[in-house]
Design a protein around this ligand. Sequence first.
Ligand code: ZN
Length: 86
Amino acid sequence: MKTDFSEEAEEGILAEIFEPGDQVPASGVYKASHGRQHLVSHYVTALFGETFPSCLGCSDQVRFELALSAVYVHAHAQFSRLGPDA
Ligand SMILES: [Zn+2]
């Protein structure tokens, strides 16, 4: 009997929590949740390959959760007109 995981696989990137210093796994919109509740949660964009920053208010207590994956337009194959050296 075979277990079918295909539906789960189609969900794409599972919800993960990232902290300052972690590499951004995918470009998109991330929900930032701050420590010590000094600021309400809000959304930011982050680009693949960058590093999540620490917060000026709560340092490394801020957490980032991927809310909406959205590839950078010029990185998308259908919009990539830039040459390999650009
Ligand atoms: Zn903060």
